[in-house]
Design a protein around this ligand. Structure first.
Ligand SMILES: Nc1ncnc2c1ncn2[C@@H]1O[C@H](COP(=O)(O)OP(=O)(O)OP(=O)(O)O)[C@@H](O)[C@H]1O
Length: 247
């Protein structure tokens, strides 16, 4: 079943001669439990699209819907949550990790004790023992552990869509695979639609079913990952594939 629908979306910044058309008529869909990669060179519009899917950037034209309604950046029906490139900066440095993971549930009105219990279970799901890590603060953990906490916080209130914007780019190579496997396991188990923004084609190939190639804000091509990367249909995609190390 289609969860996320992006229909002829346009996003621009600024006015007049300085106007930048960041996204120009992008259309694609993501079904439940499926992962869609969005790739393209720097400035191709990936982050603008990601933020719009999360309801954080206004769309100038076209429509983004989650289960038929507008995306909302909070828990509940139509909920879309994001994880970002810099996990430590995305976590409140003053709060304990268990409280950080519990916060979306508290916002959604879950009583404190139930929220803490669910947050503890979610921490276990991302491989962080709540007894050990729950009382710690973001400064006490590594980047990979912080990304696990950010993923736990994003998924604890069961959003319909998770948008991950370069979630492993800032991490040590040795911890990247663990985070990618975790994203795959958690989103497919929960039937969460995943939009995965990355410049790393090999990570997209591991994680995603479908891929959308963006070029200057337009879709260059899209399709099943094996087809697009295995038999690129355009010179732009061919160059992206050729430029990818270890590919
Ligand atoms: N807040 C903004 N104000 C003005 N222009 C912006 C803003 N955000 C993005 N842009 C411009 O929109 C275009 C697309 O940027 P965007 O960040 O979406 O691309 P990207 O593919 O995510 O790039 P990167 O990989 O470098 O993050 C670029 O030309 C960028 O300069």
């Amino acid at each position: 079943m289609t969860v996320l629908s992006i229909d002829d979306v346009h996003i621009g910044y600024g006015r007049g001669a300085r106007r930048v058309h960041a996204v120009r008529g992008v259309t694609f869909e993501v079904a439940e439990g499926r992962a869609c990669g969005v790739v393209g060179e720097s400035g191709s519009g990936k982050s603008s699209l990601a933020r719009a899917v999360a309801g954080l950037t206004r769309v100038d034209a076209g429509r983004i819907t989650v289960h038929g309604g507008p995306p909302v950046p909070r828990p509940g029906p139509g909920g879309v949550r994001m994880v970002f490139q810099d996990p430590i900066r995305s976590l409140n440095p003053r709060r304990r990790l268990l409280d950080i993971v519990a916060e979306p549930l508290r916002i959604a009105g879950t009583p404190a004790a139930a929220a803490r219990e669910a947050a503890g279970a979610m921490m276990r799901d991302v491989g962080m023992d709540p007894g050990d890590f729950g009382p710690r603060r973001p400064a006490d953990i590594s980047g990979g552990q912080a990304q696990r906490i950010a993923i736990a916080r994003a998924l604890v209130a069961e959003p319909s869509v998770l948008v991950a914007d370069e979630p492993v780019s800032g991490l040590d190579i040795s911890v990247q695979a663990g985070i990618v496997n975790l994203l795959h396991a958690l989103t497919s188990e929960r039937a969460t639609a995943l939009v995965f923004i990355s410049h790393d084609l090999s990570v997209v190939q591991t994680l995603c079913d479908h891929v959308v190639v963006l070029h200057d804000g337009r879709i260059e091509e899209q399709g099943e990952v094996a087809d697009v990367f295995g038999r690129p249909g355009t010179d732009y995609t061919r160059e992206l594939v050729a430029a990818a190390p270890d590919f």
